[in-house]
Design a protein around this ligand. Structure first.
Ligand code: FES
Length: 275
């Protein structure tokens, strides 16, 4: 296993990048919904990232990250040919995929990359996949070309109206659910407020709704408790019980609070890295 960066592509320059890594053992086993944890150096923070795609024959996995803190900024300094110290995975439970009919996959921001892998899995299982993607602006939309290859319906929402519907993914989702009463499942991956809003929209329709939680993680194997969340009144560990859960059961307020608990330290660490 080399963990070598074979391809690096700036999807949104300075903000979001894609890496194709040489990880044959992970590529062989990874399924949609799985994630990996990266460590760039011995004392480095562990970065959980959902796998956006795999190529089992080439032995590669694709990951997409947002440059948001010190560790992702450090990852951004690596280039093609460089090696990542550790890539641990595949972790988490894979997405439950079966032939069920129409599945709507909603993705926002970098979540679109992870959603792409799940949408592909549903397509390969014979489902009719409707992809709904959203971003602030046209140049921030990810994986639209790739989704277009296998999704018979690709609906786009941008905040500024530069592509598709001017507004939110939830507007398109509500419209689509009103037209079609036979949707088997809605899957949402993206910012927490987006996943929460998706779950609120689907609830009155009674549609099964799966969300993928981006909790803070340390070990990724259920030992540290960093990723704990409340689902249906029970404590769950996103790394081993998830990361996907029933969106109607997740305590999103607790998740939002836990995601910001180290904000001060994260900002300080980023300032020190930049200075
Ligand atoms: Fe440690 Fe989940 S990351 S228990």
């Amino acid at each position: 296993m080399s963990n070598k960066i074979l391809t690096k592509k700036a999807l949104i320059p300075g903000q979001t990048s894609m890496l194709v890594l040489d990880c044959p053992q992970i590529a062989k086993k990874a399924k949609p919904g799985n994630f990996v944890i990266l460590r760039i150096h011995e004392k480095g923070e562990r970065i959980p990232l959902t796998i956006a795609d795999t190529d089992k024959e080439a032995g590669t996995i694709t990951i997409v990250y947002l440059v948001v803190g010190k560790s992702s900024a450090l990852l951004e300094t690596l280039n093609e040919g460089d090696t990542i110290l550790d890539v641990c995975g595949p972790l988490g439970k894979p997405t439950h995929i079966e032939k069920s009919g129409t599945v709507i996959c909603v993705g926002g921001g970098t979540g679109i990359a992870a959603m792409h892998h799940i949408a592909k899995g549903h397509h390969l299982a014979g489902n009719h996949v409707v992809a709904i993607v959203g971003a602030r602006s046209k140049n921030m939309l990810l994986f639209c070309t790739e989704l277009g290859f296998f999704c018979p319906e690709l609906l786009i929402a941008t905040d500024d109206g530069s592509s598709g519907h001017k507004g939110f993914v939830t507007d398109l989702l509500r419209e689509r659910l009103e037209q079609d009463k036979d949707v088997a499942e809605v899957v949402a991956i993206g910012p927490v407020p987006m996943m929460e809003a998706v779950a609120k929209v689907t609830e009155p329709f009674g549609v099964k709704t799966t969300v993928s939680l981006n909790s803070i993680m340390v070990d990724g194997v259920g030992m540290c408790g960093a990723c704990r969340c409340s689902v249906g009144g029970e404590t769950k560990f996103a790394c081993v019980d998830g990361p996907e859960f029933d969106g109607h059961e997740v305590d999103f307020n607790e998740l939002k609070m836990r995601l910001t608990q180290y904000k001060e330290q994260e900002d300080l660490s980023m300032q020190m890295f930049r200075s």
